[in-house]
Write a protein of this length. Structure first.
Length: 425
C-alpha cells in the first residue's frame, strides 16, 4: 500500500493537476481533500483539455475511485456543470463519490463573498478572492451553522434550515451591504434540484478509503492551491480558508497521518500568484510579461492574469518544512527555454538584514529578494523525456534548485500534455 499526497509548494497554480493526472494512472483511489471551485487544475490528455475545479484530476483513470473528501467545499451547480462537461467528452463518472460530510457552498455564500470583496475594494483592502463563496462557506462551517452535502437529501429538514439561514444572511445583505434580499424558496428549489442529480454520487467516502487501506491499494491525495495560501502558515490574510498542506491532506481526506508514505511538492520552474498580497519575486517589467505570455499564465478559474516572477526558493523551502516533501515535481521548465539568464531567489533582505525564512505578512511586504543568476539554455526541451536529454544548462538549473530546496526533483514537465514529463530516478 502507498498513500501519496500531492500538494502545492508555492502560491497555487503550480501544475498539480497534470502531476496528479499522471500519477493517477497507477492509483486505485484519488481524493481531493480541501478547497472548492476557487482554483482550477488544468489537465490535457487524450480526452482533451480540462480545467477541473472540484472533481479530482484522477477522474480520467476509469478503474479508480475519485472522492471529494469531507474537507472540501462543494458548489453543487458548478460540480454538475463540470460533470456534464466530462460526460460529454466520454469520461466515466460512475466511480465519483462526494462525501456526505463535505460542506455546501450555498447561493448566499457567493452573494456575500462578492459583496464583501466589493466593500473591501472600496476601502483599499481587497484580498483578491475569486468570489466563489469559499470563504463564507468555511466561515459557516467553523461557526457550526453550515450545511453538509448529506443534508441536501432530506427535503423537510433542508427546507427548515434554508428558511432560517436565508433569513440570517438577509440581515447582512440588506443592513450591512444594502443589497437586495434573497428568496428562501428559490434557494431551496435550486439546491434541492441539484441534490437530486447528485444523489447517486453522495456517500460515505471513509468506507471507500477503509476498504482501499485494507486491500493494500494505492491512494493519491490531491490538494488545491499552495502552502503560501495556507490559513495558518501562508501570507495571511491573503490565504484560503483551509489547509493545502500534507497535514491538511490527512484531515480533509479522512486518513490517519501515519499512513501517508510520500509527499510530492509541486513547484513551477518560476513563480506565479493570483490575487493580492506580498509576492517578493514579482517582475513588473517586460520579463514578467514575457513569462506570463509564454507560460499562458491566466487563471483557470477567473481568467485573471497571474503575477509572475523568478523561482522563490525561500517559499519552496517553507512549504517543504511544513509538509515534509519527499520529492518535488518541477513544472513548466520549457517556459524558460528562450531566456538568456534566469534568476533564483535564495534569500531575502528584511530592512537590510538577511533572512532565510518566510516572515509574517507585514514583514514579507518589506523584503527584497536576494538573487543568484544562472545562464539559460536557449534550446527547446519539449521533446526531452530523460534527464540526460535536457540541455546542460537546464540540468544545472534543476540541480541547483534541488540543492537550494534540499528536496530531490523526481519529475520535470516540459509541456502541458501528460506525456511531456522528464522522469528522474
Amino acid at each position: 500500500m502507498s498513500v501519496k499526497a500531492v500538494v502545492g509548494a508555492q502560491w497555487g497554480d503550480e501544475g498539480k493537476g497534470r502531476v496528479v493526472d499522471l500519477l493517477a494512472q497507477e492509483a486505485d483511489v484519488i481524493v481531493r481533500f480541501q478547497g472548492g471551485s476557487n482554483a482550477g487544475h488544468t489537465v490535457i490528455n487524450e480526452h482533451g483539455k480540462f480545467a477541473l475545479h472540484l472533481i479530482p484530476s484522477g477522474i480520467f483513470n476509469p478503474g479508480a475511485w475519485n472522492l471529494l473528501g469531507a474537507g472540501t467545499a462543494v458548489n453543487p451547480g458548478e460540480l454538475l456543470a463540470e460533470m456534464d462537461h466530462l460526460a460529454e467528452a466520454g469520461v466515466k463518472l460512475d466511480r465519483l463519490i462526494i462525501s456526505e460530510r463535505a460542506h455546501v457552498v450555498m447561493p448566499y455564500h457567493q452573494v456575500l463573498d462578492g459583496l464583501d470583496e466589493a466593500k473591501r475594494s472600496k476601502g483599499g483592502s481587497a484580498i483578491g478572492t475569486t468570489k466563489k463563496g469559499i470563504g463564507p462557506c468555511y466561515t459557516d462551517k467553523a461557526g457550526r451553522i453550515g450545511l453538509q452535502v448529506g443534508d441536501l437529501l432530506d427535503r423537510d429538514w433542508l427546507a427548515k434550515r434554508v428558511v432560517e439561514l436565508v433569513a440570517a444572511k438577509n440581515e447582512l445583505i440588506t443592513r450591512i451591504y444594502e443589497a437586495e434580499p434573497m428568496d428562501a424558496e428559490q434557494v431551496l428549489e435550486t439546491v434541492w434540484a441539484q441534490a437530486q442529480r447528485l444523489r447517486p454520487h453522495i456517500g460515505d467516502t471513509l468506507e471507500v478509503l477503509d476498504t482501499a487501506v485494507a486491500a493494500d491499494q494505492h491512494i493519491l491525495l490531491e490538494g488545491q492551491l499552495g502552502a503560501l495560501r495556507d490559513l495558518d502558515w501562508g501570507t495571511y490574510p491573503y490565504v484560503t480558508s483551509s489547509s493545502p498542506t500534507a497535514g491538511g491532506a490527512a484531515a480533509g481526506a479522512g486518513l490517519p497521518p501515519y499512513l501517508i508514505t510520500s509527499v510530492v511538492g509541486v513547484a513551477k520552474a518560476y513563480t506565479t500568484a493570483v490575487g493580492a498580497g506580498p509576492f517578493p519575486t514579482e517582475l513588473e517589467d517586460e520579463v514578467g510579461q514575457r513569462l506570463r505570455e509564454v507560460g499562458g499564465e491566466y487563471g483557470a478559474t477567473t481568467g485573471r492574469p497571474r503575477r509572475c516572477g523568478w523561482f522563490d526558493a525561500v517559499a519552496v523551502r517553507h512549504a517543504a518544512r511544513l509538509s515534509g516533501f519527499t520529492e518535488l515535481a518541477l513544472t513548466k521548465l520549457d517556459v524558460l527555454d528562450d531566456f538568456g539568464e534566469i534568476g533564483i531567489c535564495t534569500g531575502y533582505l528584511l530592512d537590510g538584514e538577511p533572512i532565510s525564512r518566510v516572515p509574517l505578512t507585514r514583514q514579507l511586504e518589506r523584503v527584497t529578494p536576494v538573487y543568484e543568476t544562472m545562464p539559460g539554455w536557449q534550446r527547446p526541451t519539449v521533446d526531452c523525456r530523460v534527464f540526460a536529454d535536457l540541455p546542460a544548462a537546464a540540468q544545472r538549473y534543476v540541480e541547483r534548485l534541488e540543492e537550494i530546496c534540499a528536496v530531490p526533483i523526481r519529475q520535470i514537465s516540459v509541456g502541458a500534455e501528460r506525456a511531456a514529463m522528464v522522469e528522474r530516478g
